[in-house]
Write a protein that binds this ligand. Structure first.
Ligand code: AGP
Length: 615
């Protein structure tokens, strides 16, 4: 939920950390801070607001020198967003300085104990408690910082990714991880610490992702040594060579990350099936799945757990899997699943879907499923993320970094991976003839070009957006495979334009929502020429007879709906089960343009963060 950055090496730490924080603002942006060690003293500056505010304040208030430093951009979990509660935090002596992403659940009891021992606290945060617990251990046990951190972390309950240094030993930074992500970038005689690789990818592609309950003393001139916090066992770092490059991260000429990512979908879908979909040979190859096909083939059922947009992708997958493989599927909100004492059997297969790979509710659902013996398969977009490492197996989407808080390319690439999986299983179960299977693979290969075609309606969509940008309520309707797309379209509009919107199965109109229809109510209807088209047309007629405004997503060449709707947006024809990959495109663009016209912060909507790593 927060972004952490640290640096130790030959460069000035300030510019590295500040730019790194800017790249991590999607993880949380209600306050920010930095601490630099200039060889004599620690210079610390922190503020409510964004990294931009921190840049202004730090230039006025502190010396920016030093080759050692840590920085933080926050999404508040304990203590309201203000200067005092911002990170970094000092220990009482002023010797230790810490940044933290996560939650220490038992911080109150620790704080009470520390107060009894004379500690005082400025902030309301759990993090300030942690740094003073480390100080207490360090002085009481008379140990070095690394050992003090290890002992202290064995006393806390919760999630953390921390970086802490001691001004009396400025050649090292101690890091530790449980439940929140932490990567170490390894450069030439320099180390970078960050919540993901974006702050250091321009300096090095070599990275180590700490596993849960691992810590490291990052010391100049030394190899990275990992240690298990619980039992002090030494763990050898798995150094990954990352392919992400800095261009992917910058906006690439678009006004917002979200628009860039909407337009990246043709390539993202292609990258996701590249090397996996071999239409000529008539095969689907998925390393993460091929060794576990038996688990799926013998599954009693598939349970899909996810949140938000990923949950909508799961709903699309339910239709795909049941139609193509005849394996029963249930889709669960991870936040409900983890607490409702669900029945989970060892011959269940659980699929966890998560763009960030860090969503706390989804992670908890995975752990519950594993405790009950289920095989858990992950679909994530971030290499080395917690969910990617917690699941028994998985398949990555290759969407590239998704920086915009509103998920777009993650949704279409998740559906792509899940379609490949379903096709793989259907073929194994001989539910497809070779010819049918090749036809399907060939059609899937046309999707990137068809998404490009759907994107060509952008100018028309901008005009339509201008008509409806001042609406206060909107309805989204879809049937079959496009019912989840209606839900997703409504979520997009809600989260970035702050207009209330509701997705509904089109046939459900007569069970209540039709009472809402009047001239003030725009209704976005997905009316492709597949799947009960005529029934959707009659739904449209019901809306029209009540003077509702109709914006229809239709298959190119449609004439019938065009006669009825106020606006029509065409998408290319494709297989019914592949239509969600196309029908979602106009709805993404609609929400984007309406939000821009309403001067909303499209990439960082109010109250939201890109990765919800706390409950
Ligand atoms: C989607 O636009 C939202 N930002 C949000 O619903 C998101 O999909 C949800 O928090 C799940 O995130 P994840 O895919 O990273 O697990």
């Amino acid at each position: 939920m927060c972004g952490i950055v640290g640096y130790i090496g030959h460069r000035d730490a300030y510019p590295v950390i500040i730019k790194g924080l800017e790249r991590l603002e999607y993880r949380g942006y209600d306050s920010a801070g930095i601490a630099l060690y200039d060889g004599n003293t620690v210079n610390l500056c922190k503020t409510k607001g964004k990294v931009e505010d921190l840049k202004k304040k730090s230039k006025l208030e502190i010396s920016l020198n030093g080759n050692l430093g840590i920085g933080h951009t926050r999404w508040a979990t304990h203590g309201v967003p203000n200067d005092i509660n911002s990170h970094p935090h000092y220990s009482n002596s002023g010797d230790l300085v810490i940044i933290h992403n996560g939650i220490i659940e038992n911080y109150e009891s620790i704080k009470k104990e520390l107060i009894k021992r004379g500690y005082t606290f400025e902030s309301d945060t759990d993090t300030e408690v942690l740094v003073n617990l480390i100080e207490e251990v360090k002085s009481k046990e008379n140990v070095m910082l690394g050992q003090a951190v290890q002992i202290a972390l064995n006393e806390v309950v919760g999630a953390y990714a921390i970086a802490v240094f001691d001004k009396n030993k400025p050649d090292e930074i101690v890091v530790a991880k449980l439940g929140s992500p932490l990567a170490i970038g390894i450069g030439e005689n320099e180390f970078f610490i960050a919540s993901d690789a974006s702050p250091f990818i321009e300096f090095t592609n070599n990275a180590v992702y700490l596993e849960d309950e691992e810590m490291a003393i990052v010391r100049l001139g030394k190899e990275i040594k990992l240690r298990k916090i619980k039992n002090d066992a030494v763990a050898y770092p798995n150094i990954l060579e990352l392919q992400m490059n800095i261009e992917e991260i910058e906006k690439g000429g678009f006004d917002h990350f979200m628009l860039k990512e909407i337009y990246e979908q043709p390539r993202a879908i292609l990258d996701t099936y590249r090397g996996r979909l071999l239409a000529e040979q008539g095969i689907v190859k998925m390393a993460g799945i091929d060794q576990h096909l038996d688990k799926f083939l013998n599954a009693n059922r598939i349970i899909i757990v996810a949140c938000g947009t990923s949950w909508h992708a799961g709903l699309v997958a339910e239709y795909i899997f049941e139609n193509l493989t005849r394996i029963p599927v249930e889709v669960e909100y991870a936040s409900e699943f983890r607490y409702r004492n669900p029945v989970i059997n060892k011959d269940d297969v659980v699929i966890a879907i998560s763009q960030s790979g860090e969503t706390a509710d989804t992670l908890a659902a995975i752990k519950l499923a594993k405790e009950n013996g289920a095989f858990v398969f992950g679909v994530c977009n971030v290499v080395g993320s917690s969910i990617a490492r917690e699941t028994h197996a998985g398949a990555y989407t290759h969407a590239g970094p998704e920086i915009g808080v509103a998920s777009t390319k993650a949704f279409t690439t998740q559906i792509t991976v899940l379609t490949l999986l379903a096709l793989n299983l259907a073929k194994e179960k001989e539910l497809f003839t070779d010819v049918q299977f090749r036809e399907y693979l060939t059609e899937l290969e046309t999707i990137p070009a068809k998404v490009e075609k759907a994107l060509e309606s952008n100018s028309l969509i901008e005009i339509i957006s201008d008509v409806y940008k001042d609406s206060t309520n909107c309805l989204y309707l879809g049937r079959g495979y496009n019912f989840p797309v209606a839900l997703e379209g409504a979520l997009k509009l809600k989260e970035i334009s702050y207009i209330h919107a509701e997705g509904y199965p089109a046939a459900e109109m007569k069970h209540g929502p039709i009472a809402l229809i009047d001239e003030q109510m725009p209704v976005f209807v997905i009316a492709t020429n597949k799947g009960h088209y005529e029934k959707v047309v009659s739904n449209i007629q019901e809306i029209k007879s009540r003077k509702g405004k109709i914006i229809a997503i239709v298959t190119e060449g449609d004439e019938q709906v065009k006669e009825l709707a106020d606006h029509c947006i065409e998408i290319p024809e494709t297989f019914e089960s592949l239509t969600p990959l196309l029908t979602t495109i106009p709805l993404q663009l609609l929400s984007y343009h309406i939000a821009v016209m309403r001067n909303c912060n499209v990439d960082q909507p109010r109250n939201l963060a890109k990765s919800v790593t706390v409950e």
